[in-house]
Design a protein around this ligand. Structure first.
Ligand SMILES: [Zn+2]
Length: 475
C-alpha cells in the first residue's frame, strides 16, 4: 500500500470518527432544569430535558445514596436553588463521566425506594425524567392490573372494590368527607391571570378552608387528600379517600373554560355514558390529562379505563351515583346564593377522579379562573370562605337527610334531634303517602296539608313538598 493510499484511509477514518462524534454530541440532551416536590410519603425530582434520554437508577448504602446515570445528556443547570427541607435528601452532586454520560448522585439521610420514568412532552412541558423517592415504610404505588405487560390480565368478572374502613358497630362515628384539592406539584392546573398563581393554589386554599369548616361541625370530619404542593395521580386520590374511610369525595377545581368569557360555578358527577354538555366533556377531558401532565408513570388512561370497566359493573355504583347527584344538587343550590352558576343542574361527564364505585363523589368547579373577574374573586379569602361555606352547608343537608348507619348524625336523626328544611320528593313506584311520611318522619296529616291533597292517591313521578321538621325537643 502506497503512502498516498494510507493517508487517504487515515483521513477517511478520522472523518468517520468525527462524524460519529458530532452525531453523538448532537444527539445529547441538555438537563435544563430540576424541580423538587415533597409529598407526605415521597420526594419527587423532575429533570427538564431538551430531548429524550436513556437512564438508569440504582441504590448505594453506607452512606445511603441514589445514583442516576443519564446517557446522552449534559447538565445545563445547577441544583443550588432546590429546597431540600423536610426531604431525606442532604445533597445533590453531579459529574460528567464522559462527553455524553451524566451521573447525578443524591445523598440521603435515610434509605428510600426509587421509582423512575420518562415523560413525553405535552402542552405544558417538554421531555422529562421523573425520579420518585419513596420514604421507607411507604410502598411505591403498584401499577394497575392490565397496564404493564408483566401484570396480571384484566379480571373478567367484576371485582368488589376493597372494603372501606368499617365503622364502629352501633357507634357514633364521624361522617368523613375526603376533600381533594385538584392538581398540585408538577400539574399546576389552569393558569391564573394573577401573576405566579395557578389553579392548584386556589384549590388547596379552598380545600383547607373547607376542612376547617367541616371539622367545626360535630359529627363530621374533613380529610385532605392533598396537603401541600405535590402531585397525586387521579386513581391514588380515590385510594387515599377510601383509606381514610370517606363517606363522600369532594374534588375542588377552578379550571379554565374553553371561552374566557365563560363564568360561574358548577358541580359535576360521573357519567359512564357521554357528557351532558360540551363544557362538561371538555372539562372532563382536561381533568383526565392530569396524570399525563403530573406524571403517573406508565399508567395510561385508556388502560385504566379498561381496568375500571370491570370494577364499575358493581351495582353499588348506581347507588353512589344517585347520592352524588343528590349531594351535588344541594351544594349547587347553596353556591347559587353566593356566586353565579354556570349551569343550574349537576352536570355529568367521564371524570376519572370521580370513579369510586362505592363512595359518592362530586367535582366542584368553584369558578372559571380564565375569567379575569372570577379569578380575582377566587384569590380572596372571603370568597374562598363563602365557597367553602356553601359546600359545607350542602354536604350537611345531604347527610342530615341520609346519614350513614353508625354515625353520630344517624343517632341524632333517630333521636329526632335534626331539624330539616322543606324538601321535594318525587314519587317512585311502590310508594304510598304513608310510607313517604314515615320515611321523612313527619305526620301523614302534615304531608297532606303541605301538598293540598284531598285523598291519599299519588302517582309515580308526582312531586311532593316535604314540610320542614322541627327538633324533637321543640315539639
Ligand atoms: Zn382542575
Amino acid at each position: 500500500m502506497g503512502l498516498g493510499m494510507r493517508i487517504g484511509a487515515l483521513v477517511t477514518a478520522v472523518a468517520l470518527l468525527w462524524v460519529a462524534l458530532v452525531a453523538e454530541v448532537l444527539a445529547a440532551s441538555d438537563v435544563r432544569g430540576v424541580r423538587l416536590w415533597r409529598a407526605p410519603d415521597n420526594t419527587r425530582l423532575v429533570f427538564d430535558l431538551s430531548g429524550p434520554v436513556q437512564h438508569n437508577v440504582f441504590t448505594l448504602v453506607a452512606p445511603d445514596r441514589i445514583v442516576i446515570d443519564v446517557s446522552d445528556a449534559r447538565l445545563a443547570t445547577g441544583f443550588e436553588q432546590l429546597s431540600l427541607t423536610n426531604t431525606p435528601i442532604t445533597g445533590i452532586r453531579s459529574a460528567q463521566r464522559s462527553a455524553n454520560e451524566l451521573r447525578v448522585v443524591i445523598d440521603l439521610s435515610a434509605p428510600v425506594m426509587p421509582k423512575s420514568f420518562s415523560l413525553a412532552p405535552n402542552q405544558q412541558y417538554g421531555h422529562r425524567l421523573v425520579v420518585d423517592l419513596f420514604d421507607q415504610g411507604s410502598a411505591p404505588p403498584a401499577a394497575a392490573p392490565g397496564v404493564t405487560a408483566s401484570s396480571p390480565p384484566i379480571p373478567v368478572t367484576p371485582t368488589q372494590p376493597p372494603p372501606k374502613v368499617t365503622p364502629v358497630p352501633s357507634g357514633k362515628r364521624d361522617i368523613v368527607i375526603a376533600i381533594d384539592a385538584g392538581h398540585g406539584g408538577e400539574d399546576p392546573g389552569a393558569l391564573s391571570p394573577v401573576k405566579g398563581q395557578y389553579e392548584k393554589h386556589v384549590t388547596l386554599a379552598i380545600a383547607k378552608e373547607l376542612q376547617r369548616q367541616i371539622n367545626a361541625e360535630k359529627g363530621f370530619r374533613g380529610e385532605l387528600v392533598r396537603t401541600g404542593d405535590y402531585f397525586i395521580p387521579l386513581r391514588k386520590r380515590t385510594e387515599i379517600a377510601r383509606k381514610k374511610g370517606a363517606d363522600l369525595f369532594v374534588s375542588i377545581h377552578a379550571d379554565a373554560a374553553p371561552r374566557s368569557s365563560a363564568f360561574g360555578a358548577s358541580v359535576y358527577a360521573l357519567s359512564e355514558r357521554g357528557a351532558t354538555s360540551e363544557t362538561a366533556r371538555w372539562l372532563a377531558d382536561a381533568e383526565n390529562q392530569s396524570d399525563l401532565i403530573g406524571g403517573a408513570g406508565n399508567v395510561s388512561l385508556d388502560d385504566k379505563d379498561k381496568m375500571l370497566a370491570g370494577v364499575l359493573l358493581d351495582l353499588s355504583m348506581t347507588a353512589s351515583l344517585a347520592s352524588s347527584l343528590n349531594v351535588g344538587q344541594k351544594v349547587l343550590s347553596n353556591m347559587g346564593s353566593i356566586t353565579p352558576l354556570h349551569k343550574r343542574r349537576v352536570e355529568q361527564a367521564g371524570f376519572m377522579v370521580l370513579k369510586s364505585p362505592d363512595i359518592p363523589s362530586i367535582l366542584v368547579e368553584t369558578g372559571f379562573i380564565s375569567n379575569p373577574n372570577e379569578a380575582r374573586k377566587l384569590h380572596t379569602a372571603s370568597h374562598q370562605q363563602a365557597l367553602a361555606r356553601s359546600i359545607t352547608t350542602g354536604v350537611k343537608q345531604f347527610f342530615h337527610e341520609n346519614p350513614p348507619p353508625g354515625t353520630y348524625v344517624a343517632w341524632l336523626r333517630d333521636e329526632g334531634k335534626i331539624a330539616l328544611g322543606p324538601r321535594e320528593h318525587v314519587v317512585s313506584s311502590g310508594e304510598s303517602l304513608a310510607l313517604i311520611a314515615q320515611r321523612y318522619q313527619i305526620s301523614l296529616a302534615s304531608l297532606r296539608s303541605a301538598n293540598n291533597l284531598k285523598s291519599d292517591v299519588i302517582k309515580v313521578g308526582q312531586k311532593l313538598q316535604i314540610p320542614a321538621t322541627a327538633l324533637a325537643s321543640q315539639q
